[in-house]
Ligand binder design. Structure first.
Ligand code: RFL
Ligand code: PHB
Length: 391
């Protein structure tokens, strides 16, 4: 089989890239190990930056998001006894949108259906070949066991943190950086209206807690837990009691309303960056090249920004034989990647309880500076509401 671009992975990076290339008349084939229903029901991110929303609008994907998503002007930052609101619109003139990654994934899937996109779901044994030349190919076993080889002009690894693309770049041609954090998040989805209008990020000596949401009827909440946490040790009552304690139930009359929990999982937290994000005719985008802890809500937005940079670069390369944008892709994308990597690390280390009492004092001082002063609040707002795609 022959196409122009093979995209490995049908997550947000892969499907958005195929959508953007399709709009330029560039043909792509997408391969994905999981089933479509699995990809569309994975509970993950929930916050879209303003530049993500503007991009989705500009390429015809913003309709349902604007109708069913919820625009938030800011967040609440708190610690025991105090809750402060940061208004991003006042601070930096930008907002964020609450819209589940599951919904964006469905919107992307439908848009690709309409365009007649070839997507091979439930493939196995994906391998990347000949990326040093300009005729790379990808081989895999299709869902019915047929061996398939797709030749292309470029391969894009959008295969997330465990896909094969990153490993296809020779060791001597790449550098990696990373950090594993000594905690994880226990995340729950609950069929109960959110107890807050905007997200609450809470520092607490027991550990961090976050009150997020998916809709007017569904709440999404997280608790900092040790990385080796066994879900069996966290019956629902214990989860709600701990959320109530950390989020300040009773503080100034605020109440957390518990409800039926429909999903529960433990998520490890790490930072990771690989450079460069291109080797020969293989390009990497999204979690395949970088991973951030979820505290800054940046992972999905970075995946979108990579796809938005890569689409014009591949278009110029394939249509005009102009390699300038493709040659600049890695360095351009990495500027934003490192900014978001720093922001996510900073939010994470500021908000998660550590065992060192000196750290705790520094965190409280930093939090107060951010929550009550113009300079700190503006820095948080600028990063959280999002930088321009080409930052
Ligand atoms: P994805 O979504 O992981 O998609 C990669 C796809 O590649 C497939 N794949 C393969 N396909 C073919 N052959 C192979 N050998 C393959 N190996 C893997 C996988 O099955 C998968 O479908 O990566 P992408 O597209 O780069 O998107 C990244 C985002 O999904 C991720 O960064 C965010 O979900 C991170 N994240 C958040 N980001 C935000 O911007 N805001 C948030 O509020 C936010 N919250 C979160 C998050 C991630 C979370 N988890 C579970 C990781 C909250 C959570 C809980
Ligand atoms: C979410 O709603 O899943 C969410 C929101 C904000 C974060 C992380 C996750 O920082």
């Amino acid at each position: 089989m022959r196409t122009e671009v093979v995209i490995i992975g049908a997550g947000p990076a892969g499907l958005l890239l195929s959508h953007l290339l399709g709009r330029e008349g560039i043909e792509s084939v997408v391969v994905e190990t999981r089933s479509r229903s699995h990809v569309e029901s994975r509970v993950r991110a929930g916050i879209l930056e303003s530049s993500t929303v503007e991009l989705l609008d500009a390429v015809g994907l913003g309709g349902r998001l604007r109708r069913e998503g919820d625009e938030h002007r800011g967040i609440h930052l708190q610690w025991p006894g105090e809750r402060h609101r940061l208004d991003f619109v006042d601070l930096v003139g930008r907002s964020v949108w609450v819209y589940g990654q599951t919904e964006l994934q469905k919107d992307l899937g439908r848009a690709r259906d309409v365009a007649g996109q070839q997507i091979h779901y439930e493939v196995t044994g994906t391998e990347v070949h000949d990326i040093d030349g300009d005729r790379p190919s990808v081989t895999f076993l299709d869902s019915d066991g047929t061996e398939v080889r797709v030749e292309a002009r470029a391969v894009v690894g959008c295969d997330g943190s465990f896909g094969p693309s990153r490993a296809a770049v020779p060791e001597k041609a790449k550098q990696t950086w990373g950090r594993a954090y000594p905690y994880a998040w226990l995340g729950v989805l609950a069929d109960v209206p959110p107890s807050t209008d905007e997200l609450i990020y809470a520092w607490h000596p027991h550990g961090f807690a976050l009150h997020s949401m998916r809709s007017a009827h569904v709440s999404r909440l997280y608790l900092q837990v040790p990385p080796d946490t066994d879900l069996a040790d966290w019956p629902n009552d214990r989860i709600w009691d701990e959320l109530a304690a950390r989020l300040g139930h009773g503080q100034d009359g605020w109440q957390l309303t518990p409800g039926p929990i429909t999903e529960k999982s433990v998520l490890p937290m790490r930072s990771f960056v690989m450079e460069p994000m291109r080797h020969g005719s293989l390009f990497l985008a999204g979690d395949a090249a970088h991973i951030v802890p979820p505290t800054g809500a940046k992972g999905l937005n970075l995946a979108v920004a990579d796809a938005a940079l890569l689409a014009p670069a591949l278009t110029a390369l394939l249509r005009e034989n102009d390699s300038r944008l493709a040659d600049a892709y890695s360095a351009t994308a990495l500027r934003r990647v490192w900014r978001c990597t720093h922001f996510s690390w900073w939010m994470t280390t500021m908000l998660h309880a550590s065992t060192d009492p000196f750290d705790a004092r520094l965190q409280q001082s930093q939090l107060r500076w951010v929550a009550t002063g113009q300079a700190g609040a503006t820095g948080l707002a600028e990063n959280y509401a999002g930088l321009p795609i080409g930052f």
